[in-house]
Design a protein around this ligand. Sequence first.
Ligand code: AMP
Ligand code: GLY
Length: 423
Amino acid sequence: MKVLIVGSGGREHAIAWKVAQSPKVDKIYCAPGNAGIGQVAECVPIGAMEFDKLAAFAKEKEIDLTVIGMDDPLVGGIVDVFEKEGLRVFGPRKNAAILEGSKAFSKDLMKKYQIPTAAYECFDSPEKALQYLETAKMPIVLKADGLALGKGVLICSTREEAKEGVKTLMLDKQFGSAGNRIVVEEFMTGREVSVLSFVDGDTIKIMTSAQDHKRAKDGDKGLNTGGMGTFSPSPFYTKEIDEICKKTIYQPTVDAMKAEGRTFKGIIFFGLMLTEDGPKVLEYNARFGDPETQVVLPRMKNDIIDVFEACVDGTLDQIDLQFEDNAAVCVVLASDGYPEHYEKGFPIHGLEAFENKSGYYVFHAGTKMENGTFLTNGGRVLGVTATGKNLKEARANAYQATEWISFDNKYMRHDIGKAIDEA
Ligand code: AMP
Ligand code: GLY
């Protein structure tokens, strides 16, 4: 069969790599893709938001299944456009992708269906938000309602900071219209864990747990980024916590979406905080996490095409989702200066060291090819993943593999997975 993947980051490279393992697949396209993805798929120069062009391409090439990796096209309704054209597509429709697209929607949903999350208020007016902050307990968290590249969340320790935050989001519109409405929520403490799942509208199957490191610098210092590294599984996500989440969070979310007439098919990524009062939802995403995908998919045993198709067809209950009893760590190699100012266009050396080396992977996030050479082309450049029999071994392997790669201004965190030592 022929598969089209929409997106261009490390996540889409990992998806393309996994799709390529399926004996059912004989051709993969990726739009727009990147240089690394070009090794497993044919990249097509169509943007992820060009829905009509993508659908026309899928028709012309007789694509059997399109997989949407990114949040923007999902929230924008790409799945509806494909379905209207009679094309098979994996991902939630627009009315379900709102689970990620609007934090106010997701908070109201959780409140209505008693899914544990931080207490909150929503505000459309900066005056009302400022008034509320006069007496609210600090620290407090401000979130832009809409998509903001994972950066529209402000943790404010003082009232002054919080007021400044309202100005940043609602008046200066640092994240554009995403900040027309904000969610102001209680600050929670605890371990964070990401749990990805496949959903077919009724049935939900949990993948394995992972943890991301969002800050740019060691010790969780520096600015928020798209993610600097991940490990999987999370040793803090115990069987007992899994049981609680299944009962109070996972199935209730799928059932709530269905009850609202917003049947969800695709990936739900649960951003959880393990608080003293039990696990609570920090956020929902309607797609694979990046870089969580780079540690989760190398551990997945199933043919991913079977699972995608079961989600589309509503037969996920018949899938026995299985993961290797091992661990994986991904260290992101970035351009120094990310997420602010950085230079790019430097040649990348050492990629060939990963060829045919089992248990080691290099997923491309921001690279391009010029005259047969891979060049850096973004803030996050590569995701270096290694597996191991446990987290410590996986971490040692991953850091060893980061040494194989060199480029000017190469930057990485040195403490990915350090929390493992406390487990
Ligand atoms: P989100 O995009 O909603 O996951 O938020 C980004 C990051 O902000 C999370 O990964 C947490 O580290 C932090 N965060 C979000 N909401 C809260 C909260 N209510 N309490 C504490 N930290 C939070
Ligand atoms: N790694 C966090 C995200 O994909 O949103």
